[in-house]
Design a protein around this ligand. Sequence first.
Ligand code: CA
Ligand code: CA
Ligand code: CA
Length: 998
Amino acid sequence: MRRRRFIARIVPSAVAAGLIAGTLAAAAPALAAGPSISSAQVQVQFDTTSGLPAQYNLSMAPNGWLRGSDLTGGSTYQLSAVSRDGANNEFSGANSLRLNHIETPSATEVKIFYDTYWRDGTTKTASLAIQYDVSGPNVSLTMQNVTETPGYQLIAVNLPSLLSVRQEDGGSPWILDANGGGRLSPLANANRGTKPQSTYSTDPNAYNSPFYPVDAVGTTGAAGSLELQGYLDETFASVYGSAPNLHYTAGVGAQYRVRGGSTTPNILVNQPQIARLTFAGDYDRDGAVTWLDLAKTMRDQAPAIPSHYYDDKFVYMIEGQHGHDGTVNYTFDQAQRLAARISNLVDGNPQVQQMAGIFQGGHDTVEPNHTQINSALGGLSGFKTAQANAANLYNTNLTTDDNYDDQYKDQWSCNPQVPSACENDADITRDINNNLQTFNAWNGIDTSYISGMKKYVDSGRALARADRTITSLGLHDGSLIDAMTWWAQRNDWDPAHPASAVDNLIGGKYKILDEYAKHGIAVNGELARYPFLGKMAMNVDGPEGGGWVGGFATEVPFMATVLRHTQIYGGKYNGTMPRMALDVDPKVMLLNSNRSAGWITSGTTDQDITDAYYLDHRPWMLLSKLDIDTFTRGADGNSVNETLSDRSGNTASIAINYQSNTFSAVYNGIKIMNNYSVTVPMDSTRIAFYSRTAQTLTYPLPSGVNPAAIGASALYGDHRGDIPVSVDSGTISVTVPAGVPVVVYLNQQAPTTINDNAAAVTYSGAGWQHYPNRGLGDVGDDVHATQTNGDAATVTFTGTGIDLLTEKNSDEGTADIYLDRQLVQSINNNAASRSAQVPVYSVAGLPFGTHTVKVVNTSASYLLIDAFKTYTTIPPVKTVNDSYSGIVYNGSGWRYSPTRALGDLSGDVHATATNGDSASFTFYGTGIDVLSAKNSDQGAAEVVIDGGTAQQISGYAATRAVQQVIYSARGLASGPHTITMTNRSSAYLLLDGITTYN
Ligand SMILES: [Ca+2]
Ligand SMILES: [Ca+2]
Ligand SMILES: [Ca+2]
């Protein structure tokens, strides 16, 4: 038998009173001596009647104390437990929990032992301990030592009061609900009431599942939070009593088993964690204790974001086929063209295109028939072609949306020729009545069967499927698994394999995430959920919780302070905004650090895309990296001001006025956002100018920039246009059209015009004629023209982008555009009246090098070629993959491995084991890194730049490591260079990718 120890300590009866921020802070009340535990920062004293914490004393602040439990003054809750009579499937009432004894095994750990009783008040049903561990500013709660009386089972223990404030204690108490962002209220202004319980239960719509289940309190002397960590547990919070004696308390209900049904078991939760309390005094030493001190304390111990892959990407969703009624929204070819359109609008910055419904039957999941990519969308080969072109031409990761929760038995999923490709009942979860669990599929047509995640993983089938899917679809870097977070967890009452929702989360979903991570893939999910903090870098849509603090509150960026280095979360759903909108209100982005990744459909306009990208994403990319230092709200409640900074010396400030609907952001002393307009740097050579209304925008000329090298382009979905940019008295000015992004380049080379009669343009087909001296405003006063379907004009150029300028008129027709031999766009030059020098096709952001554009007439009407205009704009950093068409592979030994699934850049490499085989690449810049995997079967090679001296390199390593820099050069003259790598052994030379610097 365990030896019981009772350690009673003398607790200071009161802490010296003092003045803080001009308000008399409350002195701690005298308490009867009870056991206590303490860290250097917090002392917890327990009540010997209830066993609950009575008081927290904070050594970090004078008068730093907070109440623990407070069930006086009209609380509706009580300490209670629920038991089940196993034979009769009956549950006890809730008034049957008694303190047995208290043990204090160490100075930082206490165990409160309770017994639970049946309704008769004499039959003991279970015994248990609630353990409190104090460490630094935290106190963690776990459930331990459960022993159930044979015939009875313990279901739950309710600890409804762990952290409290009272109005009559003084110290200006406040209360805060962090779920959904942060709602703060002085206790004196709060309405009496009970907060709806937050729970991670199996609510099928899951809208009530909390994203950030934190309830906090504070006074002028101390602040503390209660963070629900038990994934099946629930919160309690209520305001009661009456002014001037209002009380508030928060607590938790700790689940030990999930209730079963008449033929299904009560399932062990298998998670001892219940909650964590965190305390703060004047953490930031600004002379006052506020909620921000608490948020900063929690921020500094929040988990780090597991991947930075999504930080700089424009992520969005598109849909292939929605259900099997034949409606196709995007084919793979159309997806590639959308990537081209968006690439034009975002100036070639990276995108992640997440495509749902690509499987046969319009399903959103590959299982079980994972090889059947919908032929109506282009089939597997169409997917691979679009994926490669999106990556090489448009800096876009075309990936998919899978769903491990849903499985199907219908004709599209189950291939009778391949029984192993049919849904397996052994993988499906059982509901409380022991039936296979079904749900309506996303398309509203089918019935899906819900995977029992733990047994699906334990059988090996889920992880084998992950490997198969990643390899066959060539997934890399990032991808969406939708229901992963929407239903963070579900119980499986299968009598043969019962698994609590926690088991299905930790033993199921986390394992799937780990399997993707092994392949270098950071999975993102739908709705943001607490159990995925630190596990997932991004969720495409937002926190659902609305927040509650007794009916009266003002919004504060509590969650945005704590979680800004932990997870990217999407738009905040307020009941009226679309749940998965492409953009969020910029005021919400500024305050809550939200960034959405919603749907793009055929009805999405260019401005919908540019509003999301320039008014949300680009400011977010700068501001979200900084920490919130100060937050103030104006006396009228309508205005808020924030200051931010990081350890590298970057600073920012944010101002929002909700009454006038005005808002602004300043970054490093420069205003980057002014209401619905931005002038925001994208990197050291590009500044984006954007406004919803036409106006003149300005930005200070960065030091060291030559005004003569500044150029600007207006970006449209299908072309770009020249736009005047002026530099005067150190200020860059552009008059921007409404809703049209303008990019100002700080290092633009002078554009080159290639007239239609230049040698760089070749014509094929019998119909072409040259028409000089037209007098219609053409470039060079001439055009080439043909009326023959199939006639083509091809231009070869060196640079990073090109415009096709030509006339539009009523006698002109359609043409196809091929970029580097890939069909990329169809254009129509027919117009009611004549206009000259129209940019009918544009592309920008290509890797520097030689490219071709071929224009093919696809009608019997006229196709005119007037001129091409080429651009060279070199970003400071540019990465190309080994599959890029500008890399020339020489020699017979080269092999392409597109599906290694080992974590290579874009999942692929080129390799040769032939001595003398080489690869060469022409780039523009001052530096270069060559990326390769290293391994024991690789050997010596050499690198030559611009025909200079050969330098020896090696890809050899005792064990495999991916994405290694095997050659690096800096300090080259800014300009074009050619690098050649040659294998000098019969071991392998691998090329994964190349990053250039300028
Ligand atoms: Ca402070
Ligand atoms: Ca011309
Ligand atoms: Ca690669």
